[in-house]
Write a protein that binds this ligand. Sequence first.
Ligand code: ZN
Ligand code: ZN
Length: 309
Amino acid sequence: MSNSAAPHSILSIDQITKVYYDELTQLARKNRRMSNSHLKKRTTLLFNKNLSTVNISGMFSQKVFVGGAPPGISDTEILNAFGKYGNFTIEKKKANEKSSFFYVIYESNQCVKGLLTTCVINSVGEFYTRIGTHIVQVIPWEINNSHYVPATNMTLLDNKKVVFIGGLHGKMTAKFIAEVFSYFGPIVMVTIDVDKYKYPIGSGRVAFSDSQGYFTAIMQEFIDIETPDFRKTVQVTPQLEDSLCYICKSEVGPFFCKDFTCYQYYCTLCWKLKHSGPGYVHHQPLIRDSKHKPKLGPILSKFSNLSLK
Ligand SMILES: [Zn+2]
Ligand SMILES: [Zn+2]
């Protein structure tokens, strides 16, 4: 049936597909939002340890987060405090009633080392410096903390056993995340997604050695992680890939059903057909978040190459 031949009151297959596609996409976006997280399955994990394990001799991102400055701080005041260590730009300066916070991006990571060596380090390893008379916190990122491969696990990386994690706290290192997720099963690798300055953007990936660990983690939609420093809710979803529809095998399958009776990718119409019957109507679609395209770190690429051989 072509568009032109159809009477005005009857929708073409393309139009129906478009309506269904929009409906499923909206549902998937709603599911992803943290706002309804109280409805989801969640686990609380407690860690009685301090996370600040910054090694001052390590290699740092040229970007640092600065928090706790006065709300009306001027760029000149920031320049006076941070310009001593090198040229820099200020990014994402924001303020609430109590304080302002921003990123300082230096021209090289050596400048960050210069800054850190003059900072005061408190008993839990946090860095503090002054802007005028105000004490502010500096949160650097040690580049090595973006990926972690346990020395004892020689299993090769399998993309089908990788979970995507969102809502990470700025203090969570890849090694710490490996410790958290090893609660569900043995870990092959953890990577934290970073921006062009190699500074974390709040998401990452955990690769499990076996399907049991992977599925146990996936079943927890949210994990509340509590340490003496902070409490943070991390969202866990399957790492979605570009895939053809499992049923028709001809269309792209953008909708993933993570219910264990399905656990497949579907195109719009096949999703509707599959999920119209009893026992399937409550299944919820997941879509890939275009903002979080996987950025493969050096170790991940190395492992991917290995697994292709
Ligand atoms: Zn299909
Ligand atoms: Zn389903």
